[in-house]
Design a binder for this molecule. Structure first.
Ligand code: MF3
Ligand code: CO
Ligand code: CO
Length: 278
């Protein structure tokens, strides 16, 4: 039995009950989401050949300091960085390090700031210099998959409608959907119920109600959907080493659809064209 609870009355932990937030929650999420989106906008000018993912992590750490926010990933379950940086065949949870980015790489940067107790969780893809046509196409398919998922969000629909919309579009483009990671409820806690699967059927999952807040964050592969986690305990890669991409927004269910908290102030969320000519 699923049950829903007024977020104001709920304990600040994952009790298995789905929290329904009011205007204060939406305002807090809007602020946190916008801070995360601002940071991701600024990273457009940081990401280039030769820059290390450690330098990107330092930027995310300091941007938080300057804005009274801390990255939720810092010291989260033993993770020690302020963001995840997932390059090429890394599906998610890549750990920033001293290796420089190379021309032609595509990298996902995933940031979650906690601002006044609210979590803004978002990620996007960044091309490093000029990239191959296939990489450009994968980023476009993945972004569009996310936006199809978001379009399915409204009260009365089930979480399965989100998954179905994402899977239908991604597979129509001959790409595959990663099954091992999902979106999640969030708000004053980072990872809460419900799970938001990026595949499935519209009649599956729990009913969406006004006031629910969660992420949608599909990981889409050019090859097979299977992944494995490396011995560092975090880095997830495609088993066939095929290219993979991810986009993530934090959203809240409204009376007639949803509010996207992590929209880019600069209109820089969607992949821009960065294909090498010839
Ligand atoms: N931001 C990721 C998400 O979208 C979670 C990263 S947890 C970490 O849910 F520990 F790997 F950073
Ligand atoms: Co997330
Ligand atoms: Co994230």
């Amino acid at each position: 039995m699923v049950n829903y609870i007024d977020a104001v009355a709920a304990p600040q932990k994952n009790t298995g009950q789905i929290k329904l937030h009011g205007p204060e929650g939406f305002a807090g999420m809007h602020k946190a989401g916008q801070l995360t989106a601002q940071c991701l906008d600024q990273l457009v000018d940081v990401v280039k050949p030769g820059v290390t993912t450690e330098a990107i992590d330092r930027f995310v750490f300091e941007f938080g300091l300057d804005n009274n926010a801390v990255a939720a990933t810092l010291n989260y379950r033993g993770y020690t960085k302020s963001c995840c940086t997932s390059i090429n065949h890394v599906v998610c949870h890549g750990i920033p390090n001293e290796k420089p980015l190379r021309e032609g790489d595509i990298v996902n940067i995933d940031v979650t700031y906690v601002l006044d107790g609210w979590h803004g969780d978002s990620s996007r893809m960044y091309p490093v210099g000029e990239i191959k046509r296939a990489a450009q196409r994968l980023m476009e398919v993945t972004h569009e998959s996310l936006m199809h998922g978001i379009a399915a969000v409204k009260p009365g629909a089930r979480t399965g409608a989100i998954g179905e919309a994402i899977q239908r579009f991604a597979e129509s483009q001959r790409c595959s959907v990663v099954r091992d990671f999902c979106g999640h409820g969030l708000g004053q806690i980072f990872h809460d119920v419900p799970n938001i699967l990026h595949y499935g059927r519209a009649h599956e999952g729990v009913e969406l109600r006004e006031g629910m807040i969660f992420t949608i964050e599909p990981m889409i592969n050019l090859g097979k959907p299977h992944v494995k986690v490396l011995s560092d305990g975090w880095t997830a890669v495609t088993r066939d080493r095929s290219l993979t991409a991810q986009y993530e927004h934090s959203v809240g269910v409204t009376a007639d659809g949803c509010e996207i908290f992590t929209l880019s102030p600069g209109g820089l969320f969607a992949p821009g064209l960065s294909v090498a000519e010839g």
